[in-house]
Design a protein around this ligand. Structure first.
Ligand SMILES: Cc1ncc(C[n+]2csc(CCOP(=O)(O)OP(=O)(O)O)c2C)c(N)n1
Length: 324
């Protein structure tokens, strides 16, 4: 890769990360002002995983995510207005305001859905990988999950089936060290590498705060998975905010929070871009464009109408189910 090409890739990855950061930062205020119903779980600090993995995917690929999935769906290209309207519970949202933060889905982009149940997106991606395999689509299914899911049986069963049937699937673990308010090392006795070994699946661990490293590993692993056989990508990263928005994080010590701030993937990417000889003004330009884009989508979300009751129930129960 030439230096020029490198900087183009980095700029594009940086733009995606900045979009996630600005979108989620605006959600902080919207949530505090009660403009977002329900709970939100922010991925601030973990943007490099979403940007790096999505850059490796093709249109035919499919993705299932978890409760901390805003970054994944934005990086996959969910339309920003539709995203904000959905999170604000508005009629024009991608799921007509019924899904909200933890249940966004967009089949037009191969996004099979976010999921509030730990590990529950994994078998959905597994089913999709089976469909890719049976139908010969050439697609790969990606499951994003946190390290908290390592202790869930559904991950172990899914690893087994994916390996047994050589499915085109990429398991992506965002290892931030925490499962809600408990450290993962206090609730899971092994490492992801041990599970990989047990099921005979190739496992690669990367610095999840280095977007270039994530992107290169994801590129390699998806092309291997596409050829028929699951792969695992483990990204070591940091959750900068609390488990959910509003969590005061009393269970974390100050040093850890400062260390998480020091690993900011955006600052790291910006430094790499400048090392390629790109003028800081070019990066500032991206920041300004993204800020304007997000501000416009927040306004579009505010301007949209609430779904009415009849609409909120439509498609939730079929006529047959309602009668029976
Ligand atoms: C099956 C199940 N058990 C417990 C919970 C409660 N819960 C919600 S998020 C969470 C921890 C998730 O940690 P992790 O998967 O590492 O993701 P992170 O929040 O760190 O991104 C738990 C235990 C749940 N939603 N589902």
């Amino acid at each position: 890769m030439t230096k020029n090409k490198d900087s183009q890739l980095l700029l594009s990855l940086y733009r995606t990360m900045r979009l996630i950061r600005v979108a989620e930062s605006s959600l902080i205020k919207l949530f505090a002002d009660s403009e977002i119903p329900g709970f939100i779980h922010l991925s601030i600090g973990q943007e490099a995983v979403a940007a790096g993995v999505m850059a490796a995917l093709e249109e035919r690929d499919t993705v299932a995510t978890n409760h901390r999935g805003h970054g994944h769906v934005l990086a996959r290209g969910m339309e920003l207005d539709l995203f904000f309207k959905e999170l604000m519970g508005k009629d024009g949202g991608i799921c007509r305001g019924r899904g909200g933060s933890m249940h966004v889905a967009d089949r037009s982009k191969g996004i099979l859905g976010a999921n509030g149940i730990v590990g529950a997106g994994i078998p959905i991606a597994l089913g999709s990988a089976l469909a890719h395999s049976v139908r010969g689509t050439g697609g790969v299914a990606v499951a994003f999950f946190g390290d908290g899911a390592m202790a869930e049986g559904v991950l172990h069963e899914s690893l087994n089936m994916a390996a047994l049937w050589k499915l085109p699937m990429l398991f992506v673990c965002e290892h931030n060290g925490w499962s809600e308010f408990s450290q993962t090392k206090e609730q899971f006795v092994a490492e992801l590498a041990d599970l990989a070994r047990a099921f005979g699946i190739q496992h690669v661990q990367v610095d999840g705060n280095n977007v270039e490293e994530v992107a290169l590993a994801a590129q390699q692993l998806t092309s291997q998975a596409r050829a028929g056989g699951p792969r695992i990508l483990e990204c070591k990263t940091h959750r900068i905010r609390g488990h959910f928005e509003g969590d005061s994080q009393k269970y974390r010590n100050a040093e850890e929070l400062i260390a998480a701030d020091d690993c900011d993937p955006l600052i790291f990417a910006r430094a790499m871009i400048e090392q390629c000889g790109v003028a800081p003004a070019a990066v500032d330009g991206i920041d300004a464009e993204v800020e304007a884009q997000v501000a416009a989508s927040v306004l579009a979300g505010r301007a949209d109408r609430q779904p009415d009751f009849a609409q909120a129930f439509a498609d939730v129960y079929t006529a047959t189910a309602a009668q029976g």
